[in-house]
Design a binder for this molecule. Structure first.
Ligand SMILES: [Zn+2]
Length: 436
């Protein structure tokens, strides 16, 4: 159905079926156009184009009214509305929402919370922080200065710089660049897998580990195995070298001797391994970080390699980054912590994956308050830290942190002070002191 009125060469209105958007550029009549629009059943679309303007697209729930005081517009406008109402009468009942659901993409889902509930801004952490998981994100010494200022503003005492193949500089360069700020940063190093298959290569790798330790490395990490081995290693990737590989057990034992904890990223959150379809609860992020395990080890295989290494090396301390990527199963993660006193977890970059189940996470963090370490892994902006503080400290509920890229609403854990203090600081301090 369509109607058209011509004036000054160009005033047109159309009502189309099978479309949802309202296209309208009206003058003072717009509001009534909009009201008329509310009567439009599903599958209708309106164009209203006036001579001196371009066509504008207007969302049905948020029409953008443009005032153009043409003198006799009222008449035209009533004519227009009458046509709209007529169209409405001939169509099915409204299904406007259903149509939007068909059209809005998951990636564009960006809801605004409308609830009148507390919103807590935590500018500075309640207790001093040791950040046990970060990287060399800077370009220059000036960036380090700025980072230190941000750390001061939010209450971070010092930060662990994890060494890895894809973020930051080679170890020696990191040590040199950050030397003037070494009271604010702790260095971690990789395993050197060059020629690891040969006795000479292993000896060299052990020597490198000792040398890095002497240069200030307090631990080894971030190792990273998503199925193909420790590809985070430097200077060469540990292709097909998993953490329980017999070839590297001497290195792991040496870490125990040197009191260097091993920080390792195993797998990815479970949603990255599940089918990428409408049943995937973490689809919006899962699709981005999807792990194809066709030609490599899968999630549970990786967890087993980690468990083997932890069990076989009781004198070496392991820090499973990102809650071992097991925040979907606190029960199993808790069982592992119960079983292996040489295992810790860090919370780095897994706020969203844990704050959509705030009660279960809170319970876990309270129960394992001595075994959890604070970490960020997400740059150096003050706002990045503050997002995490809000989740750990506040009792806020139903809020979104869009940069985490999930469609889940999050809630705070409202952790007790003694638990916060341990996670923020004391557990890390104990490890770093014991393991000095
Ligand atoms: Zn990391």
């Amino acid at each position: 159905m369509a109607f058209e009125t011509l004036r000054n060469g160009c005033i047109k209105g159309f009502v189309f079926c099978n479309m949802l958007k309202i296209y309208v550029l009206c003058s003072g009549v717009s509001k009534i156009c909009y009201r008329a629009y509310l009567l439009i059943p599903e599958n209708c679309k309106i164009f209203c184009n006036f001579a001196s303007e371009k066509i504008k697209r207007v969302q049905c729930l948020h029409p953008r009214f443009i005032y153009n005081p043409l003198t006799d517009m009222k008449k035209l406008f009533y004519l227009f509305c009458a046509a709209v109402v007529l169209a409405a009468c001939n169509a099915k009942p409204s299904g406007e929402s259903a149509n939007l659901v068909d059209k809005i993409l998951l990636k564009d889902f960006n809801p605004t919370v409308v609830n009148n509930i507390p919103v807590t801004q935590v500018d500075k952490a309640k207790f001093p922080i040791i950040d046990m998981h970060s990287h060399d994100y800077v370009e220059s010494a000036a960036d380090i200065e700025q980072w230190c200022k941000n750390m001061d503003a939010v209450g971070v005492e010092h930060t662990a710089l994890m060494h890895c193949s894809w973020i930051g500089r080679p170890f020696e360069e990191v040590v040199e660049l950050y030397a003037p700020y070494k009271d604010r940063f702790r260095f971690w190093c990789c395993f050197d897998y060059t020629d690891i298959d040969t006795p000479e290569g292993l000896a060299k790798s052990l020597a490198t580990l000792e040398r890095y330790h002497e240069m200030g490395a307090v631990g080894v990490g971030e190792l990273g195995d998503k199925g193909e081995g420790d590809l985070y290693a430097r200077p060469v990737e540990g292709k097909n070298i998993h953490i329980d590989d017999p070839r590297i057990q001497p290195l792991i034992a040496k870490c125990g001797e040197l009191k260097m904890p091993i920080s390792i990223h195993i797998g990815e959150p479970i949603w990255m391994y599940l089918p990428m379809d409408e049943s995937n609860d973490g689809l919006s992020n899962g699709a981005v970080w999807h792990v194809d395990t066709t030609n490599c080890m899968g999630y549970y295989g990786l967890i087993n390699t980690f468990e083997n290494a932890v069990r076989e090396n009781p004198n070496t301390l392991f820090i499973a980054c990102h809650y071992l990527n097991m925040s979907h199963d606190w029960v199993r993660l808790g069982e592992m912590l119960d079983k292996y006193p040489n295992m810790y977890v860090d919370i780095a970059a897994r706020v969203a994956e844990s704050a959509h189940t705030p009660r279960a996470t809170r319970e876990f963090l309270i129960k394992y308050q001595d075994r959890v370490l604070f970490g960020t892994d997400n740059g150096m902006e003050a706002s990045m830290y503050r997002n995490i503080f809000r989740v750990l400290e506040s009792n806020d509920e139903h809020f979104y942190i869009p940069e985490y890229n999930y469609h889940w609403a999050l809630s705070g854990f409202n952790l007790p002070d003694e638990v916060l203090k341990k996670i923020y600081h004391d557990n890390a301090e104990r490890i770093l002191n014991e393991y000095k």
